[in-house]
Design a protein around this ligand. Structure first.
Ligand code: BGC
Length: 483
């Protein structure tokens, strides 16, 4: 008998049924969400400044890569948790190699009061990386071209700038919103005397799309399912009303334009997403209430918080962890916002032991709580509901873009910790797509639209976009709005 078919005691069984219904998203609801999503994509392309909508940021990547791009580029990727510095060797012929280092972003830095600390930290990491690459001393004779992957919503009038619209993923540093982050970084780079110039500022989804397209021309979207969520795709200039009249003549109506949707903010007006009271609480208590509605229900930053809130509620009803009083350290931990992260759910879902002993260890090592089998089974079911809902909702962005662009066959390049590490996420997302597009009975590997893991999207993509921009510049073609 598999552990999942074991029964919970009556009181917990009753509770779990309630959560199951709250978290299950039927296909009908998915379809309704997707329909509204499509109209929001169009609304963002027409304007994009309404904070309740999707920004649909033009990314000024005006060409498709064809795999022939070559050169050595530095790339940095400022994500939610880590900063990666990558040296990308584009070899042409759809091939590349990379060398990279990862630097943990200290938690405190996400909310530092001094923006110089963050940009100074990035410059320090760049210096460290260049020193590793050049133990004999950083060469000063040439400037290293750099692609900067800045994975936050930024509006761009050209590929070499990006004005932060708002912080996401728990970052909250004053005096950056409303500012172009390129000079903020360059100031710190110059302070250190590093021989670097920024050739392109990009989003991680744009990088993921372009890097995958370099090796696989069926790629139509780049998506991140990680600490944050988002997607990017190529549209045509003529479909983007907000750019009309702002472009040089070399950008024709049929030219491609990469759009960074920033659809983590989908449904900030709360019209269609089936929010539970826990989602509402997470939003209300976040540094940015009313923002990133879609992200707050689907991304890795919030999944641990969801299970914490539900377990706390169940504890308060007297149904679990009964031997722990409210004043216990264990319960204080359970009461601490963001005490649990997504890995807690991932580990529980991956536990294939008959008595859920891995889950038992997870509870005792993270929360110092000794659990009964029933409590562990309860937590496992909760993880399954939360993880399944995240995966099913996640495909709404993909479905909306594919329907809008009429992509019947496509590869969706995906990256991010949830996609890579959360058990069954890819399968559940594929099931969601199958439900929406009606592929019942077709094997997952034969689905017309497939989500595929993108190899090092944000590093390699930044390099390719820097190369594409460089090539446009050489040809005297424009890289931004008409000046
Ligand atoms: C950011 C996006 C990013 C996504 C995935 C979101 O919070 O707003 O720019 O692409 O996270 O990293």
């Amino acid at each position: 008998m598999s552990v999942d078919s074991k029964a919970l005691p009556a009181d917990l069984a009753k509770e779990i049924e309630v959560y199951k219904n709250q978290f299950w998203v039927p296909t009908e609801t998915l379809n309704k969400i997707i329909e509204y999503f499509i109209s929001e994509l169009d609304r963002g392309n027409a304007d994009g400044t309404d904070p309740t909508g999707i920004p649909m940021n033009a990314a000024w990547v005006l060409d498709y890569p064809d795999g022939s791009e070559t050169g050595d580029y530095l790339a940095i990727d400022l994500g939610g948790t880590n900063l990666r510095v990558v040296l990308v060797h584009l070899l042409g012929n759809h091939k590349f190699t990379t060398e990279q280092s990862k630097y943990h972003i200290p938690t405190k830095m996400r909310t530092t009061q001094h923006r110089e600390e963050l940009f100074g930290f990035i410059a320090e990491c760049l210096e460290d990386f260049l020193k590793q690459q050049h133990p004999e001393g950083i060469p000063t004779g040439k400037l290293f071209p750099l692609g900067f992957t800045f994975s936050y919503p930024a509006s761009q009038n050209s590929i070499t700038e990006g004005v932060l619209q708002r912080w996401t993923k728990g970052f909250d540093i004053p005096n950056v919103e409303g500012h172009d982050v390129v000079p903020l970084l360059m100031e710190q780079v110059e302070k250190k005397g590093l021989p670097i110039k920024i050739d392109a500022l990009i989003n991680d989804t744009s990088g993921t799309l372009v890097a995958s397209r370099y090796t696989d021309e069926l790629t139509e979207m780049g998506c991140i399912f990680g600490t944050g969520v988002n997607g990017a795709y190529y549209d045509r200039i003529k479909n983007i009303p907000k750019l009309q009249g702002k472009l040089e003549a070399d950008i024709a109506p049929d030219s491609p334009m990469l759009i960074n949707c920033e659809y983590g903010s989908f449904d900030n007006a709360h019209k269609v997403l089936p929010r539970t009271k826990f989602d509402i609480q997470i939003d209300n208590e976040s540094p940015r209430p009313g923002q990133q509605a879609f992200e707050k229900m689907t991304s890795g930053y919030y999944l641990g918080e969801l299970i914490r809130l539900i377990m706390l509620e169940t504890y308060e009803k007297g149904l679990i962890f009964k031997s722990y009083t409210k004043s216990c350290e264990q319960i204080k931990n359970l009461q601490t916002p963001y005490f649990l992260d997504t890995s807690f759910l991932s580990i529980i879902e991956a536990d294939d032991t008959a008595d859920l002993s891995v889950t038992s260890n997870e509870f005792s090592s993270k929360l110092f709580i000794d659990t009964t089998f029933e409590e562990r089974l309860f937590a496992r079911k909760l993880s399954q509901f939360i993880g399944t809902r995240a995966a099913r909702l996640s495909i709404c962005g993909i479905s909306a873009v594919c329907k809008k662009m009429d992509h019947k066959v496509a590869h969706i390049a995906a990256d991010g910790s949830v996609f890579l590490k959360y058990p069954y996420f890819p399968e559940r997302a594929a099931q969601g797509l199958s439900d929406v597009f009606g592929w019942e009975g077709i094997d997952m590997k034969d689905h017309p639209i497939q989500i595929k893991h993108a190899e090092d999207g944000s590093g390699v993509g930044a390099a390719i976009i820097a190369a594409l921009s460089h090539a446009r510049k050489e040809k005297g073609l424009s890289l931004g709005v008409k000046l």
